[in-house]
Design a protein. Structure first.
Length: 288
């Protein structure tokens, strides 16, 4: 091969690498979610080998999954939080779970014509920090999820009038009910993500703690009811005016006080957050 040929080939290698197609599911089916029953709703993602099943996720949830941000860092039309779909997809041969976000981004672009850009803005937040007193957290015992060892993952949430239960996989879970928040093998990052739906601003983990913990928080009935209302609103649920009145009676003080019993503190401050801004998205996908 001549020197000229080698130079030409070398010049085109970076271009070829740059132009590689993004990873995508081998096949994918998108269907509108069946409305939940009056008493209970179930939502979650299950990965069984090469099969991926997502149930009752809002479009906003899928965008958050695709771009690796919490859903409150997705900015776009309000209907994205209420348009819900079930997605069943198959990973391509050689594809791994780590590629699912990229595959989801490709699927949303192809089937919903999603176009986004990113921004960074300062927002009011709660920062979970270690308090000045003694840390009162019980470190969890190590737990191995047998399903994870087989390449399976099951993340699920179910809820009704009695409260909400969330399984995060690998022994990690939390339940909200009877004026209590009960955590099992929960990291501080997961704790921050769990309670931010109950508050009026995002919650960031700034504790520096890396272990998983078991703990229980107790709230006043008024704050508990207000927390459930905020959680429903955050999920895109439309509530009648009489239900929204519960927000007037919940101060959030008992949640802040409950966190302090763990030796932690919810500190109000401002922090920069990376936003995924939706420029365009169709409400319905193209046909399967």
């Amino acid at each position: 091969m001549s020197t000229f040929s080698k130079v030409v080939m070398a010049a085109f290698v970076p271009l070829a690498a740059f132009s590689q197609a993004p990873p995508e599911f081998e096949v994918a089916s998108i269907k509108p979610s069946v409305p939940p029953g009056a008493e209970r709703v179930n939502v979650g993602m299950r990965i069984d080998g090469a099969q991926v099943h997502c149930t009752y996720f809002a479009l906003k949830d899928y965008i958050a999954m695709a771009y690796g941000v919490p859903d409150y860092q997705v900015s776009g039309p309000d209907w994205m939080a209420s348009q819900r779909f079930d997605i069943t997809a198959k990973l391509p041969e050689g594809g791994g779970r780590a590629q699912i976000p990229e595959m989801m981004a490709t699927l949303l672009a192809e089937r919903f014509q999603l176009k986004i850009h990113r921004e960074t803005k300062d927002f009011p937040v709660y920062a979970i920090v270690v308090g000045k007193g003694e840390l009162k957290l019980k470190e969890s015992a190590a737990v191995s999820d047998p399903a994870a060892g087989r390449g399976n993952i099951s993340l699920a949430a179910s809820g009704g009038r009695g409260g909400v239960a969330v399984n995060l996989g690998n022994g990690s879970s939390f339940a909200v009910g009877d004026n209590r928040f009960e955590a099992t093998r929960l990291t501080m990052a997961s704790f921050a993500e769990s309670i931010r739906r109950f508050l009026d601003r995002p919650v960031l983990d700034m504790t520096g703690l890396t272990k998983a913990y078991d703990f229980t928080l107790t709230f006043s009935p008024e704050d508990y009811n207000a927390m459930l209302i905020r959680s429903a609103l955050s999920a895109g649920v439309v509530l009648p005016p009489q239900a929204l009145k519960a927000l007037d009676y919940g101060s959030g003080d008992s949640l802040i006080a409950a966190v302090e019993t763990l030796g932690l503190k919810l500190d109000r401050r401002k922090a920069p957050l990376d936003l995924v801004v939706v420029d365009h998205m169709e409400k319905s996908p193209t046909e399967n």
